[in-house]
Design a protein around this ligand. Structure first.
Ligand code: HEM
Length: 151
């Protein structure tokens, strides 16, 4: 119960944070003068970066505990040969993909600028990033729904 509650809480913070940053906050920064956008981006990164890293790690660790220690994935047979095990593996893979993507955000955000100006492709890059992040989150939520029904 505690593990499940903390898992859901961390999941909501991580997934919500990813979607709001990708879909709303970062695109809004492109409407600011580039110099101000850079200052705000640095300030946001200092706060949002650790929160996303911590909540993302918590989602993964607590999710693994929920599925193994407190769930049905107690053998390689269940992991490799049942729909629940496949969905569980897919959730871990998606979370790792999301974590790797997140860990590279600093470089991707730096690429939004070209000297003192925005890079001409900044808007397109942010839109592609947001699409990627939303896809990972939707995939993860789909996995949670499937596992809820034992699949
Ligand atoms: C976007 C990130 C995630 C969110 C928002 C999320 C959310 C949730 C929610 C709301 C539940 C409760 C479902 C229910 O009551 O039936 C749940 C259950 C669960 N989650 Fe996640 N989760 C996320 C990521 C993960 C990951 C990465 C894993 C794997 C490591 C995982 C493993 C599990 C397991 C095993 C359950 C129990 C499913 C069951 O047997 O009913 N979750 N999650």
């Amino acid at each position: 119960m505690v593990v499940q509650g903390l898992h859901v809480l961390a999941g909501v913070v991580w997934a919500g944070g990813q979607v709001v940053m990708g879909v709303a906050v970062l695109p809004a920064l492109l409407r600011l003068p580039p110099r101000e956008a850079r200052v705000l981006l640095d300030a946001l990164g200092a706060r949002v970066g650790p929160l996303m890293a911590l909540s993302g790690m918590a989602v993964l660790v607590l999710g693994i505990l929920r599925g193994t220690w407190l769930g049905p994935v107690r053998s390689l047979h269940v992991l490799l040969e049942t729909p629940y095990g496949w969905t569980f593996t897919a959730a871990i893979a998606l979370a790792v993909v999301g974590a790797v993507h997140g860990s590279r955000s600093e470089a991707r955000l730096a690429a939004l600028f070209e000297g003192e100006a925005f890079h001409p492709a900044a808007g397109r890059r942010l839109a592609a990033d947001a699409g990627f992040v939303v896809s990972v989150v939707v995939g993860l939520v789909a996995c949670m729904v499937l596992m809820h029904f034992g699949l």
